[in-house]
Design a protein around this ligand. Structure first.
Ligand SMILES: [Zn+2]
Length: 270
């Protein structure tokens, strides 16, 4: 559908002309004496604003409008597409990864990894006792594929307490993600006990952290950790306080149950 054209030029419809004596257009005598048509004025205004917008947006994307023959492009307007591509340098980001246990069926296979830059710390490594819908399966372990692929970054394996849903899978996983182990005294004993049944022959380095003395250990460049005593149905249960060199703090709770710690009658200081 093109624009409809009249075959013959026709005069204005006199009925649509304003009746009565013509009003002065403006008090400005210069404007009143001009013969420029209104539509032409609007088109000129639009052209001007489009031009201004084009120039402004060009400068916003850092490509100046320059069609001089000396602009380095033979007088052709150049665009961002012709700018050399510079690779972005990726900035390290903090990743908190529930490897297992969080939001999954049942209770168990608790495992979490915290990654920043070139450092990963792994927290817990438990298994899950499956229900009757998994006949013949003794227990389920977390999927540690990502950690295996990045095992060169792992600076420490921390355990919050000695229940099997937090340490049970470790004897099957330890040799695949080797790292020094950090835990409170009783928890460490429980881990060492389960590691006696490991078939891999891998023996990690065990490090005891005393939560009462607020012992803190630096893991890699990014993290330092401290165990924080909590109440749970097993002695020496702890939560974890992870500090980053850039000043932020991640509290990691292992478990929180209001059962007084039985062995030494110590209460939570968390
Ligand atoms: Zn527990």
């Amino acid at each position: 559908m093109g624009q409809r054209r009249l075959s013959n030029a026709q005069g204005d419809d006199q009925n649509k002309r304003p009746q009565g004596p013509p009003r002065p257009k403006s008090t400005n005598t210069v404007l009143n004496s001009t013969t420029t048509r209104k539509g032409e004025v609007f088109r000129a205004q639009r052209r001007t604003s489009e031009n201004v917008n084009a120039r402004a947006s060009q400068h916003m994307v850092n490509v100046p409008v320059n069609k001089s023959i000396y602009n380095g492009y033979g007088g052709r307007q150049f665009s961002l597409a012709e700018q050399p591509k510079r690779a972005r340098t990726p900035r390290p980001t903090l990743k908190i990864m529930p490897v297992g246990g969080l939001g999954e069926m049942g209770i168990g296979k608790n495992m979490m990894a915290i990654e920043y830059d070139n450092d990963i710390i792994v927290i817990d490594c438990g298994f899950l006792f499956p229900g009757s819908d998994y006949p013949g399966i003794n227990y389920i372990t977390p999927d540690i594929t990502y950690l295996e692929e990045n095992k060169h970054k792992i600076r420490g394996q921390v355990f919050t307490h000695g229940h099997l849903d937090h340490i049970g899978a470790y004897r099957h996983m330890a040799h695949r993600i080797p790292a020094p182990v950090y835990a409170s005294k009783f928890t460490l004993g429980m881990v060492q006990r389960t590691m006696e049944e490991a078939t891999s022959g891998y023996e990690p380095q065990y490090n005891e952290l005393n939560p009462d003395l607020h012992e803190r250990v630096q893991l890699g460049d990014s993290f330092s950790i401290e165990l924080v005593r909590v109440n749970h149905s097993i002695p020496d249960a702890t939560a974890l306080s992870v500090r980053h060199s850039a000043s932020w703090l991640i509290p990691v709770t292992g478990v929180l149950k209001t059962i007084q710690s039985t062995a030494r009658n110590l209460t939570s200081n968390a």
